[in-house]
Design a protein around this ligand. Structure first.
Ligand SMILES: [Zn+2]
Length: 109
């Protein structure tokens, strides 16, 4: 994999993440608008809603990291460890394109 392929992968990931986000928003909206339900369903609905919000937070965080990585590719600073400023081996980026640190630094953290 080279940088161009990683970029393509990230763009695809971004599209998918945005699609998931939209779906979750729709689910949350559905829960909001369902006004008729049994009293026993309320806690269940609440839990379901909480779950969607947790998922949403995870996706938003991911989206933020994808954008950050894409911006770095544009700027030419992608694949540089944010701690020691050394190049992160492409093999590591292939496994985790959103990583910002090299193996050494991530072990120290
Ligand atoms: Zn490092």
């Amino acid at each position: 994999m080279d940088l161009e392929e990683i970029k393509k992968f990230l763009i695809k990931e971004k599209e998918e993440t945005e699609k998931f986000l939209k779906e979750i928003d729709e689910e949350i909206e559905k829960l909001k608008t369902s006004d008729e339900f049994e009293a026993s369903d309320i806690s269940e609905q609440f839990e379901e809603k909480q779950e969607f919000h947790i998922k949403k937070d995870i996706l938003l965080e991911k989206l933020k990291n994808i954008d950050k990585a894409l911006k770095k590719i544009e700027e030419g600073s992608y694949g540089i460890c944010s701690i020691c400023k050394k190049e992160i081996p492409i093999e590591r980026l292939e496994i985790n394109p959103l990583t910002e640190t090299c193996v050494k630094c991530s072990q120290k953290e």
